[in-house]
Ligand binder design. Sequence first.
Ligand SMILES: NC(=O)c1ccc[n+]([C@@H]2O[C@H](COP(=O)([O-])OP(=O)(O)OC[C@H]3O[C@@H](n4cnc5c(N)ncnc54)[C@H](OP(=O)(O)O)[C@@H]3O)[C@@H](O)[C@H]2O)c1
Length: 237
Amino acid sequence: MSQTALVTGATSGIGRAIALELGKAGHEVVVHGRDALRGAATVEAITRAGGRARFIAADLTDADDVRRLAAAAGQIDVLVNNGGLSAFAPTAEFPVDRFDALFAGNVRAPFLLVAAFAPGMAERGNGSIISIGSMVGAIGLPGGAAYGGTKAALSAMTRAWAAEFSAKNVRVNLVAPGPVYTDGADSDFIKYLGSTTAMDRGAEPREIAEVVAFLASPAAGYITGATIAVDGGRTAI
Ligand SMILES: NC(=O)c1ccc[n+]([C@@H]2O[C@H](COP(=O)([O-])OP(=O)(O)OC[C@H]3O[C@@H](n4cnc5c(N)ncnc54)[C@H](OP(=O)(O)O)[C@@H]3O)[C@@H](O)[C@H]2O)c1
């Protein structure tokens, strides 16, 4: 049975890699982001590899736009809450509008998307929801209070959603990456953070995407409510 996956923030970085993996696994992929050109490039990469995809633009910090995205996406079997904002700055200097945008994009948007899609998945008795957290949701980094707060919230929401929906065969999990080399990330910062991991390196987006594709697959059929650290061992040491 063909399944449709919505991947937020799939115009670049980790989300793009996830969209490509899910396309390869046979899902029809709804590619989300804001940049239509990069959206078209992700769609093209999926179709070139033999998959099916379409692009929908929406701003995750705008609740009405998130609801419009949900309506335009139609029936979704796999929801990947990947899109998000990241910002690091000393707490006393952190602008309040930036704080609000982080929580709107990283916490409220996934909440609204789960509200839109999980009841339908439960009714059909099939679904997988995977959110992208961060090791910063579990460890303290200077300047990371707001960002880490959003990722810890996503982790708590994942457990609550697992309690709410798993009995109807809707599995809800969180993947918590360590440092990943992406367009949106400062490569010197990723290199430094990579040097603090047990593996002494940062990750490539594909190394996160393959774990997400596994969680979306029937091979992960008894995994729900889990936070999977994909962080080179950073939270273990
Ligand atoms: N890179 C890392 O080291 C790392 C580590 C742990 C966790 N993460 C998490 O992994 C996820 C992806 O990160 P990444 O590094 O791959 O980021 P990225 O390369 O900067 O890509 C971010 C994606 O999110 C979209 N996005 C950002 N703000 C948005 C908004 N307001 N409305 C709609 N879409 C928005 C972007 O779309 P447009 O560009 O089209 O607007 C883009 O597709 C994030 O949740 C991040 O917190 C990243």
